[in-house]
Write a protein that binds this ligand. Structure first.
Ligand code: SAM
Length: 248
C-alpha cells in the first residue's frame, strides 16, 4: 500500500474516532442536564409548593414527575424550575408552578374524572391533569401552540388527552358533562357555558376579574346551585372569545 493511501486511511479512522467521541460526549452532557433538571424539580416541589399550602400528595407527586423543562422554549430551559411564569411564544406564558399546583389541588381529582381544560398553552398543566384524571379534553385558540403542545405530550407518552383548536369559552358541549373544568386565562365573569357543562358535584376553577388582575374562584355544582369559593389572587393572560374578553 502506498504512503498516500495509508495517510487517507489514517485520516478516515481519525474522523470516525472523533465522531464517536463527540456523540458519546453529547449523550453524556444530555444525561447530566436531565439529572440537574430532576434535582431542580424536586427542590421546586419542596420550596415552592410543600412549604406554601400545597398538601395534596398526588398533586405533589405529579409536579415532581412532569418535566416542566420539556414544555419551555430552549432559551428558557435553565429557568424552567424558577418560581414564575415564562414566555412560550405568541405573547402567551406557561403558568407559575405554584399556580398550576393551586389550581390542580382545587379540582380535588381522585383519578376517575373527565376534565375540561381551557387554554392548553404549552401543555404543562395538561400533563399534570393527565397524571391525575381519566381523560383530559383541552382547548386552545392559538393553533401553533396546540400543535406544539400535542407533540410534546405525545413524545412524553400521554394517551388520555383530546385536543381541540378554537374558542374555549364555548366549552366542549359534545363531551360534557365534566367532573372538573379548569380555565387557565382570566375571564371578565364566569361564562354560563362552563356552569352548564359541569357534572353534579363537579368543580370549576377559573380566574375572574379585571384584565390585569383577577381572583381565582372554585365553583362547585350542587344541583342547579353553584357554590363559589375565593381561592387566591392571581394574574393571567386574558380569556379571549365569545364569552370572554373581546379582542382589541
Ligand atoms: N396552562 C398553560 C401552560 O401550562 O402552559 C398556560 C396557559 S396560558 C396562561 C393561557 C392560554 O389560554 C394561552 O395559551 C391562550 O392562548 C389561551 N386562551 C385564551 N383565550 C382562549 C380561548 N377562548 N380558548 C382557548 N384558549 C384560550
Amino acid at each position: 500500500m502506498g504512503k498516500e493511501a495509508l495517510r487517507n486511511i489514517k485520516h478516515i479512522l481519525k474522523k470516525i474516532y472523533l465522531n464517536i467521541g463527540n456523540k458519546i460526549n453529547f449523550k453524556r452532557s444530555k444525561i447530566v442536564d436531565e439529572q440537574d433538571f430532576n434535582r431542580e424539580r424536586l427542590t421546586m416541589v419542596e420550596e415552592q409548593l410543600r412549604r406554601r399550602d400545597i398538601f395534596n400528595s398526588q398533586v405533589l407527586e405529579a409536579m415532581a414527575k412532569v418535566p416542566r423543562h420539556s414544555f419551555v422554549p430552549p432559551e428558557y430551559k435553565s429557568a424552567a424550575y424558577e418560581d414564575r411564569p415564562l414566555p412560550i411564544g405568541e405573547g402567551q406564558t406557561i403558568s407559575q408552578p405554584y399556580m398550576v399546583a393551586v389550581m390542580t389541588q382545587s379540582l380535588e381529582l381522585k383519578g376517575g374524572e373527565r376534565v375540561l381544560e381551557i387554554g392548553t398553552g404549552s401543555g404543562y398543566q395538561t400533563a399534570i391533569l393527565a397524571e391525575l384524571s381519566r381523560e383530559v379534553f383541552t382547548i386552545e385558540r392559538i393553533s401553533t401552540l396546540i400543535q406544539k403542545a400535542r407533540l410534546t405530550l405525545q413524545e412524553l407518552g400521554y394517551r388520555n388527552i383530546y385536543f381541540l383548536a378554537g374558542d374555549g369559552t364555548k366549552g366542549w358541549p359534545e363531551k360534557a358533562p365534566f367532573e372538573g373544568i379548569i380555565v387557565t386565562a382570566g375571564a371578565p365573569e364566569i361564562p354560563q357555558t362552563f356552569l352548564s357543562q359541569l357534572a353534579e358535584g363537579g368543580r370549576l376553577v377559573i380566574p375572574v376579574g379585571p384584565r390585569y388582575t383577577q381572583t381565582l374562584y372554585k365553583v362547585t355544582r350542587r344541583g342547579n346551585k353553584f357554590q363559589e369559593e375565593d381561592v387566591t389572587g392571581c394574574v393571567f393572560v386574558p380569556l379571549l372569545g365569545d364569552y370572554g374578553w373581546k379582542e382589541e
